[in-house]
Ligand binder design. Sequence first.
Ligand code: 5GP
Length: 120
Amino acid sequence: ASTPTDSPTIFDKIINKEIPANVVYEDEKVLAFRDINPQAPVHILIIPKVKDGLIRLAKAEERHFDILGRLLYTAKVIAKQEGLEEGFRIVINDGPKGCQSVYHIHVHLLGGRQMEWPAG
Ligand code: 5GP
């Protein structure tokens, strides 16, 4: 976890191709790439290309309805692309208590192993 900030993050550098990422999906609004520290055989981050103040889910406003829907819909598209027919997990970490470390909203797509609930 880290302190919430409106400053640019490492994800801006990935969007701007200033640092490399293993991109699995891209369209005009959304970018998805493999997590550098995977917690499952498939671990992908899905992010909006334009942050528009959405540093965390807690900052969501009505103007974000479209992008929030796109992030989840893209997770489903990528899950199919990755062969996760038997299921997967979607996670959004919010804020310090939610273990968020990068303040540019992102959906984690995890799969390829049996998940536990409520933890793991
Ligand atoms: P959070 O903890 O904010 O929900 O998740 C941030 C995620 O970004 C972590 O899972 C972390 O491994 C990943 N991450 C951080 N820096 C980079 C990077 O430079 N490249 C990639 N591909 N993932 C990153």
